[in-house]
Design a protein around this ligand. Structure first.
Ligand code: DX5
Ligand code: ZN
Length: 226
């Protein structure tokens, strides 16, 4: 079954307890937390202190997407704050193997992600070492952008390599995921869907999660009517 990871980037930050609670009640699997430093991406969000507060209000897996330079310097702080999955950008890590080892030593799952312009086969050397690949389906930095259909072939590639080599990393997608685009990426092999505006941007957060899940599952189980 597909996992749904609502991104709090589009949530009401003045009421995170309620918003995360509604996502949890609505059947979310992960809570996706976007960390932006104003250097790697042009936007700034929040750091370990806020992650620690969110850790207190939910037992869901905290899926932390680090859009930051010098990720190595902050891994421990984010892990101690409660991150379960730490995902770093290929473009921001000079010694990616070492970074992945550090994440594992901290007891977290390791994810690696890449910008739309980065070739997917550059991740070949790390696929056996990681628990998740995050395919960015928009340029990282902002919520509410339009899905980039060209990224579907990256998902197809990963799915192929995964089957061929018998690997079991998750394939997550992030950016412009909604009831229209979810079936396309699931069809290609994605099994974790990040969604910000199509969940927290909706009035009824619980229904939005259910609609997204239904759209995604309709591909795996065609009897489900969307
Ligand atoms: C963008 C972030 C996303 C963002 C997605 O850089 O990584 O997680 O919240 O937002 P939507 O789902 O609105 O495209
Ligand atoms: Zn993200």
């Amino acid at each position: 079954m597909v996992k749904i990871a609502p991104s709090v980037l589009s949530a009401d930050f003045s009421n995170l307890t309620e918003q995360v609670g509604l996502a949890e009640k609505g059947g979310a699997d992960y809570i996706h937390l976007d960390i932006m430093d104003g250097h790697f991406v042009p936007n700034i969000t929040f750091g370990p202190i806020v992650v620690k507060s969110i850790r207190k209000i939910t037992d869901l897996t905290l899926d932390v997407h680090l859009m930051i330079e010098n990720a190595d310097h902050y891994l421990k702080a984010f892990r101690e704050a409660g991150a379960d999955i730490l995902t770093v950008h290929y473009e921001a890590c000079t010694h990616l193997w070492r970074t992945i080892d550090t994440i594992h030593e901290l007891g977290a799952k390791a994810g690696v992600t890449l910008n739309p312009a980065t070739a997917i086969n550059l991740l070949d050397p790390v696929l056996e070492k990681i628990e998740m690949v995050l395919v960015m389906t928009v340029e990282p930095g902002f919520g509410g952008q339009k899905f980039t259909p060209e990224m579907i072939e990256k998902v197809t590639y990963l799915s192929h390599v995964k089957n061929e080599k018998g690997l079991d990393f998750d394939i997550e997608v992030d950016g412009g995921i909604d009831v229209e685009t979810a079936p396309q990426v699931v069809q290609a092999g994605a099994n974790v869907l990040v969604a910000g505006s199509s969940i927290f941007g909706k009035k009824d957060i619980g229904s939005a999660i259910k609609d997204l899940r239904k759209a995604a599952d309709s591909v795996l189980n065609p009897q489900i009517m969307v």
